[in-house]
Design a protein around this ligand. Structure first.
Ligand code: HEC
Ligand code: HEC
Length: 249
């Protein structure tokens, strides 16, 4: 494992190829575009592909929201994200949201924008999915990313272009995709207006493990009377023992 790690390091060391200026297609309308409903996606034209008795609505062309591949989570870099992250206007690709496992070993970092895989352009989640599919039987793939530099052009970051080699022990396989989370009918939106809800969300109940394991409180274990007498607990002072514990018979 150690030697292969060193190998990853060598082959994947980033190569700064060019500078990517901010202000690509200086387009102030980009925020407005983000909220405009897309033609062909109007609510009435959406066909439900979920089984009739499932209680779920899922539109046939539901938008992809996240891709998972070799330890990376990627999302579409849309106008809203470009604006929030101060990435160049009009920059297209998928942004790496989280990296672990082979993606992290390759040198890719969170915040990187993937713009091509094996030389083929990645501009959205659909092309990301397609290009990973083309790599599925390979054990390595060159990934071109744009990474935020320390300097800005106007209020947008200048990006550096780098190439990393993603490697797997066996086949790379292809990305698995997710849509935005399923929401309950009538749930208020926590985000700005983005168009018809069902374009991105499936509607229904049942997206989480019920009950939520994080919210289950188990009673403290029963303890020995002796522990109470001796004030012997594995945790710090939480107050009188019998406020929380019962005694073992
Ligand atoms: C263009 C896509 C898109 C549209 C349209 C959209 N959403 Fe969302 N929504 C998302 C995404 C992506 C998330 C997850 C993270 C985020 O907030 O960006 C989300 C998150 C949510 C969440 C939080 C869910 C959770 O479990 O975290 C709710 C609730 C929600 N949206 C409701 C709505 C409602 C109601 C509408 C329609 C009025 C709507 N959304 C329209 C993309 C969309
Ligand atoms: C406010 C609640 C609270 C108080 C007061 C409290 N405990 Fe606990 N205790 C817990 C909880 C909860 C656990 C389970 C593990 C944890 O959360 O640390 C625990 C775990 C223990 C355990 C480990 C039992 C096992 O089987 O794993 C012992 C022993 C124990 N407490 C002894 C005491 C003693 C002795 C006192 C009094 C000096 C005391 N506790 C006061 C809540 C409390």
């Amino acid at each position: 494992m150690k030697s292969s790690f060193a190998r990853f390091g060598l082959l994947s060391c980033g190569l700064i190829l060019a500078l990517f200026g901010g202000g690509l297609m200086a387009n102030n309308a980009e925020q407005a575009n983000a909220v405009a409903p897309q033609p062909g996606h109007l609510g009435t034209q959406m066909e439900n592909i979920a089984p009739p008795d499932s209680g779920i609505f899922m539109a046939r062309n539901i938008a992809l929201y996240e891709g998972h591949w070799q330890g990376m989570d990627v999302m579409l870099l849309d106008a809203e994200l470009r604006q929030k992250l101060k990435y160049p206007m009009g920059l297209r690709g998928v942004i790496v949201n989280e990296v672990t496992l082979n993606a992290a070993l390759s040198g890719i970092l969170g915040g990187d924008v993937i713009i091509s895989i094996d030389g083929n352009p990645v501009i959205d989640l659909e092309s990301f999915k397609r290009e990973t599919y083309n790599m599925r039987l390979r054990n390595h793939a060159p990934i071109k990313v744009l990474r935020k530099s320390d300097s800005k052009n106007g209020d947008r970051y200048i990006m550096n272009q780098m190439v990393y080699v993603l490697r797997a022990n066996g086949e790379l396989g292809f990305a698995q995709m997710e849509s935005a989370p399923m929401i309950m009918p009538g749930e208020p939106r926590p985000h700005p207006d983005r168009g018809p809800c069902t374009q991105c969300h499936s509607i229904g109940d049942g997206r989480f493990t019920m009950p939520d394991p994080d919210l289950i409180t188990l009673p403290p274990p029963k303890i020995k009377a002796q522990d109470v007498d001796l004030n012997r607990s594995p945790h710090g002072d939480r107050g009188p023992c019998l406020a929380c514990h019962q005694l073992l018979p």
